[in-house]
Design a protein around this ligand. Structure first.
Ligand code: ASP
Length: 394
């Protein structure tokens, strides 16, 4: 081992501690955030038509986003020629039969699913557990509040772990550069390119297409109207933090009535993360290529469902998607060292994915508002110039 590699190896310890802390969060985060997601989705169901339309749009576009991410990962091949070896001995898995895969996600023992870190089984249990809480009704209210509180605690824990990212990322990048030299620069550049190109395609083709052909509105007006929240999302990398700007843009620039915007936008900032899903698709393919893992058709399907659920569970805060990436990788047995490599460029990726997340919330809001007749078409069709926000004087 050369001197450089030895130093890189010891610095890696700090990075490994960071990755261990991320792994520590996966099981509680996935379980608790999904239970909470399910209990809030039940309320949405009660909101009737608007709720169903919103959910259909959010989930449908997310699945599309992952497909675009996977396709770009395959086309750009960012991991080709990168020969990484996982620390832990990667289990060689026989591709499961589709039927077995379905039966296999039912945990015979939920506790061992948690201790084994079997993410798909945990997801399954969280979904049925959340549904059962809703069905149990009033008597289960304390359990619901308990999970809401637990979710807040785990989100705080995630925030604490993410606040160590600069040190962890520095250590990991030092290790990556010391061990692999410049060989990884091109692949990382390709990942960035794939995520940005994918986000652009998704925005123009999927949102632009839906606005033009389904809502029958002018897509140029739509994209002009979302410039402000898009800029704030790009720079803040937080869709939750951007929410006030998104609400203002939707109601003022796009003419959406508050009855729709006040429901679809906060919900979107919580569960609709197309950019995050797209990024998870690209990075999952990269990690598989880099570690020489061949993904089967069933694996791709698993990634689509895991990333859809992951994007629902992702908090709209900087770096939220990076933590959930570990869940997506685990769902198909990909090594979590992949997260370490992505972590180094995550901020740049976060800028694109948060922007897409926020634009997607606006697109859905316009679509739902148009179909409900809750949109002021004159306001929508009036061209908007970027203006400083106006504050009402009290
Ligand atoms: N930063 C993203 C958001 O707030 C979440 C993510 O990290 O993917 O929308």
């Amino acid at each position: 081992m050369s001197g450089n590699a030895a130093i890189a190896g010891s610095i890696k310890l700090i990075g490994s501690a960071f990755i261990a802390a991320i792994k520590m969060l996966v099981v509680p985060l996935v379980f608790v955030s999904l239970v909470c997601g399910m209990t809030s989705i039940a309320e949405i169901g009660r909101m009737g038509r608007i709720g169903v339309k919103t959910l259909a749009f959010y989930l449908g576009t997310t699945a599309f986003a992952i497909a675009i991410g996977l396709a770009l990962g395959i086309v750009f091949e960012p991991g080709a020629g990168v020969a990484l070896v996982a620390d832990a001995t990667a289990e060689t898995k026989q591709p499961p039969h589709f039927g077995e895969l379905l039966v296999g996600i039912i945990p015979t023992n939920p506790v061992s699913a948690a201790t084994d870190g079997n993410v798909l089984q945990i997801i399954f249990f969280a979904i049925v557990f959340g549904l059962a809480i809703n069905l149990a009704g009033e008597v289960a209210r304390p359990i619901r509040s308990f999970f809401d509180a637990l979710n807040a605690v785990i989100m705080k824990l995630a925030e604490i772990v993410v606040s160590f990212a600069p040190y962890g990322v520095f250590a990991l990048m030092t290790w990556v550069a010391g061990t692999y030299g410049f060989d990884l620069l091109l692949p990382l550049g390709l990942i960035i390119l794939a995520v940005y190109v994918g986000s652009l395609i998704h925005a123009v083709v999927v949102y632009g297409g839906l606005i033009t052909f389904v809502a029958r509105l002018n897509p140029t007006r739509f994209f002009q109207g979302v410039v402000e929240p898009a800029i704030v999302a790009f720079t803040s990398t937080s869709s939750a933090g951007t929410l006030p700007v998104t609400m203002a843009a939707a109601t003022r620039n796009l003419g959406v009535k508050n009855t729709v915007a006040s429901f679809t936008l906060p919900l979107g900032a919580t569960i609709n993360m197309d950019g995050t899903a797209l990024y998870q698709g690209v990075t999952a393919v990269f990690v598989a290529q880099a570690f020489g893992v061949t993904l089967s058709g069933a694996d791709y399907l698993t990634i689509v469902s895991a990333a859809t659920l992951a994007s629902i569970g992702t908090a709209g805060v900087p770096g939220g998607g990076l933590i959930m990436l570990s869940m997506v990788l685990t769902s198909v047995g990909l090594p979590l060292e992949g997260v370490a490599i992505i972590a180094g460029i995550d901020r740049i990726l976060d800028m694109a994915r948060t922007t897409l997340n926020v634009v997607g919330d606006c697109a859905c809001t316009v679509l739902v508002a148009k179909s409900e007749g809750e949109i002021d078409l004159d306001a929508f069709n009036t061209p908007h110039v970027l203006a400083a926000p106006k504050f009402e004087s009290s």
